[in-house]
Design a protein around this ligand. Structure first.
Ligand code: PLP
Length: 395
């Protein structure tokens, strides 16, 4: 059989992305000659302060907001934590509201934070259901609203199955009820529109390492008028909402990566979507008892996620790795655990199906030959694993 030579194919861009060399270049001076503290009054400090202002303005332009509404954080997880705890504690303390609406398919940065608010801080949570595509119906959000609802948090796009949620519609409902609405846009950043006005969101989380920026820097957008109890106290950085000496190099890296991503998004999205569609069609066509997970159309341009009957996603990953292909069975944070994905379970898949999940997420460096390579190898891997499975009994 004609087998392509072994190559390295990175198909886990939902886990992280390589830093664009142009981003590295923009960051470098802030560790060497431009090392000032942005709070210092002398020229070196003022230079750092201006660089931070510029980074904040770049982010604000893309989010269609005021730079004062942009907080730099240490990662997407911190942005999510600050949004949820900051708003929940503020509203509990000031006006006695203690109910949170969220979905059962959120990233653990949201779901574990909500669980802690419920278990230790007197909050109640309603998890609105998702359909078999992982899609939240805005009508269910409306129905879940109570007089004591403090906050709604629904992700923009899911990290495991790529489904895009109806954020603008949910935001409209939240606004009509004067309830702050947060969206975790970590997977959407760099690809989908982040216009916070069109999206009707009050708070939005981003993480640079998902759009070719560095790991360890994020953004939380907080609309003017939404008050937040700071989680990190100290100096008056970030307008008293997040203390700690600003990381000018990383803020610059995030802003540069975000700007480049949106300057190049139209071309990149079109190219990646066409590779994704060929990958999806090829897998479903070549592998029996396989199905796409997540929404068939309302999905991230780079996301192809599958379920294969009779086998474990983890074994597929090990075999792909041997062939030089980096992939995931779900979110990077849960891979390695034997629990089936909470996302797939919430979408109604039974354990035995949810275990056979594979997530392939493309990026701007992938080429058509990468798709060919995967399509050449994956069917053999699935077939081999099925032959070893006691559950598999071909007619
Ligand atoms: N939210 C979502 C949807 C994610 O996919 C991730 C990371 O995978 C995070 C939050 C956490 O972001 P970070 O890795 O920057 O903490």
């Amino acid at each position: 059989m004609d087998r392509p030579s072994k190559r390295t194919v990175y198909l886990d861009h939902a886990a992280t992305t390589p830093v664009d060399p142009r981003v590295v270049e923009a960051m470098l001076p802030f560790w060497t000659e431009r090392y000032g503290n942005a709070s210092s009054v002398y020229a070196l400090g003022r230079d750092a302060h201006h660089a931070l202002d510029r980074a904040r303005q770049t982010v604000a332009d893309i989010l269609n907001c005021d730079p004062k509404e942009v907080i730099f954080t240490s990662c997407g997880t911190e942005s999510d934590n600050l949004a949820l705890r900051g708003v929940a504690f503020d509203r509990q303390r000031r006006i006695g509201k203690n109910h949170i609406i969220t979905s059962p398919i959120e990233h653990h940065a949201i779901s574990h934070t909500v669980e802690q608010l419920v278990d230790h801080f007197g909050f109640e949570a309603t998890y609105v259901p998702v359909d078999r595509y992982g899609w939240v119906d805005p009508a269910d959000v409306l129905e879940a609203i109570r007089p004591e609802t403090a906050l709604i948090s629904i992700m923009y796009a899911n990290n495991e199955v790529g489904t895009i949620e109806p954020i603008a519609e949910i935001g409209e409902i939240a606004r009509a009820h004067k309830i702050p609405f947060h969206t975790d846009a970590v997977q959407a950043g760099g690809t989908l529109s982040l216009d916070v006005k069109a999206l009707n969101v009050d708070l939005l989380s981003l993480s640079a390492h998902k759009f070719y920026g560095p790991k360890g820097v994020g953004v939380l957008y907080v609309r003017r008028g939404v008050s937040l109890l700071p989680m990190q106290t100290g100096g008056s950085h970030e307008r008293n909402r997040r203390a700690g000496t600003e990381n000018v190099a990383y803020a610059t890296g995030l802003a540069t990566a975000l700007r480049l991503a949106y300057e190049e998004a139209d071309a990149a999205n079109a190219r990646i979507t066409s590779m994704r569609d060929r990958l999806i069609a090829g897998v479903l066509d070549r592998i029996p008892d396989s199905q796409l997970s997540g929404h068939p159309h309302q999905r991230l341009p780079n996301s192809a996620s599958f379920l294969f009957k009779y086998i474990e996603g983890e074994s597929i990953l090990l075999n792909l790795d041997q062939a030089g292909i980096a992939a995931s069975s779900g979110s990077a944070c849960t891979s390695g655990s034997l629990e089936p994905s909470h996302v797939l379970m919430a979408m109604g898949f039974p354990h035995e199906i949810a275990h056979g999940s594979l997530r392939l997420t493309l990026g701007k460096d992938n080429v058509a030959e990468d798709v060919d390579y995967v399509l050449g190898i994956l069917p053999e891997i699935v077939e081999k694993l099925r032959r070893m499975s006691p559950l598999y009994n071909p007619a």
